[in-house]
Design a binder for this molecule. Structure first.
Ligand code: ATP
Ligand code: MG
Length: 249
């Protein structure tokens, strides 16, 4: 058996009891593309998605697999409807596939300017990205490992909020739960992210900023969420005349 066949065989052996048939097929596709060679362990389980640690190509990868059956269809619908990057969907399955693609597209747009996992591949409900951590141990969340230098982290996170906005994206679920602490803040979980042209964008931007301001208040950092919100909007209006000039990306 050649290496690739063997990897596929191993994958099938390990996975057949864990994944449903269609997810297995998707994992085979990603194996053929060399984006995944091995799924080693589970990192996180959730209602919407499980995250696994694995190897792909020559690097450690995080594999996020969205659940087709248990995901909260209604909430997802709210955050993806009106996103001009996606067409209509006919059923739950297609919505989840678009949801995974949305996270991939959001990461692709921001990863060069914002410290976040580099996106590697996406197929149906499976997203492959750079693994933040080492030897299969994921970096701790900022919720679990507070920053040594809160001032530095606060300023960096604000810079990332600005950067994301200039790139046309509002994270939408930013908090200490979705920031990893790996010697520096690393922004994860961009699945809720919306384009700034989306009807919910302002509301989500204000919520993101408020959560970050509240978190850093505990470390004695005083800030004004509304002022930050206005400065993000103002800076963007000056730079881009408020236009989302990368609609297709
Ligand atoms: N690229 C990554 N590298 C290392 N660990 C990761 C990575 N992505 C996610 N994780 C781990 O998996 C956990 C869950 O990931 P994430 O926040 O993306 O999904 P979720 O909150 O479970 O699902 P949802 O996207 O539906 O909110 C994270 O808290 C983190 O511990
Ligand atoms: Mg999360």
């Amino acid at each position: 058996m050649n290496m690739k066949r063997q990897t596929e065989f191993e994958l099938r052996k390990i996975s057949s009891r864990v994944f449903d048939k269609s997810t297995l097929m998707t994992l085979y596709t990603l194996t053929r593309r060399n984006s995944i060679n091995e799924i080693v362990s589970i990192v996180s389980t959730g209602k919407e998605a499980n995250v696994y640690y694995g190897i792909g190509g020559n690097e450690e990868v995080a594999i996020k697999i969205y659940a087709i059956e248990t995901s909260d269809f209604k909430t997802m619908d709210k955050y993806i409807r009106g996103d001009i990057r996606f067409g209509e969907w006919k059923n739950r399955r297609q919505l989840i596939f678009n949801w995974a693609k949305k996270e991939f597209k959001n990461l692709s747009r921001i990863y060069k300017k914002v410290k976040c996992p580099r996106p590697i591949d996406v197929e149906n409900n499976v997203l492959v990205m750079e693994f933040i951590g080492e030897g299969g141990i994921p970096a701790p969340r900022m919720k679990d490992l507070p920053p040594d230098d809160p001032e530095k982290y606060f300023n960096l996170i604000l810079r990332y909020i600005h950067e994301m906005y200039s790139l046309g994206i509002v994270h939408g679920d930013l908090s200490e739960y979705n920031i990893l602490n790996w010697n520096e803040p690393v922004i994860i979980d961009l699945s809720m992210g919306v384009l700034k042209s989306h009807p919910l964008a302002d509301e989500l931007l204000m919520r993101d900023i408020t959560r970050i301001c509240n978190y850093f208040k505990k470390f004695g950092i005083e800030s004004n969420a509304l002022e930050i919100f206005n400065s993000v909007k103002h800076k963007d209006a000056k730079e881009n005349c408020g236009e989302d000039n990368r609609k297709g990306a």
